[in-house]
Design a protein around this ligand. Structure first.
Ligand code: CA
Length: 246
């Protein structure tokens, strides 16, 4: 089966914040893409997302070399990043120990896309007019929706929408990251973004952006600007990947 040609656009903006705690990875050799959104006081957030961005692609490569399949390599990579961030957090002075980061990772192999996420950074697959969110937000608000306590439309404005129950740097995390496979079709677009973007762009906004910006770099830059123009006060990061047949 002919492999896909991946065209990738990426952009990150500090926005109104005093530093940018978001990180992204475009690893064209492994066809691995990632967005991480760090949290914690001082420079803890940057350290956490930086560690995730450094460790995960390398660990995936190492585990592939040891003949792991994609889900296993990704799970191990998440576990290793988690351990490193927990241990870096323990070295921080008391009061700065809640150091963590979200991470969403997508890896393309042949006609499959493997996606894993912890936290509330998201991946979407856009196919024609269909926009599918591939990740589940690990916010307390979203968990309350799953349990039927909150309605989906209430979750967005809930005080629990920014409280994460799963992320990298979580010492109590037992079950790790779920890795889900998706079958790709030519023309598919992957959009990965931090909540600085997803809080301000609807499915319809994403569909429109993809339609009107066939160049993936233009599209990533447009979406980041769109979020900032629509009131995002957060760091805003976006990776857009187009999958085409050779
Ligand atoms: Ca954020």
């Amino acid at each position: 089966m002919a492999d896909y040609v991946c065209r990738v656009g990426s952009f990150s903006a500090q926005g109104h914040r005093s530093n940018n705690e978001d990180r992204f990875v475009v690893d064209n050799d492994q066809h691995l893409y990632m967005v991480a959104d760090g949290m914690g006081g001082q420079d803890c957030g940057e350290q956490a997302s930086g560690l995730a961005a450094e460790i995960i692609p390398k660990a995936v490569q190492t585990h592939f070399a040891e003949h792991h399949d994609a889900p296993s390599a990704m799970q191990h990579a998440f576990a290793e990043a988690n351990k490193a961030i927990v241990s870096a957090g323990r070295k921080q002075p008391a009061g700065h120990r809640r150091m963590g980061t979200t991470a969403v990772v997508a890896l393309q192999q042949a006609n499959q896309l493997f996606v894993a996420g912890l936290g509330d950074s998201r991946a979407y697959l856009i196919r024609g007019d269909k926009v599918e969110q591939l990740t589940v937000d690990h916010s307390v608000a979203q968990a309350l929706v799953t349990q039927g306590i909150l309605k989906q439309e209430e979750a967005k404005n809930s005080p629990w929408s920014h409280v994460l129950h799963k992320f990298l740097g979580c010492a109590e995390m037992m079950e790790g990251a779920d890795v889900r496979p998706y079958a790709l079709e030519p023309g598919d677009r992957l959009v990965m973004a931090s909540d600085g973007l997803t809080n301000h762009a609807s499915d319809a906004d994403l569909r429109k952006a993809i339609k009107e910006h066939p160049d993936v770099q233009d599209c990533a830059e447009y979406l980041v600007k769109f979020a900032l123009d629509h009131g995002s006060r957060d760091n805003v990061t976006c990776v857009v990947v187009a999958f085409e047949r050779e």
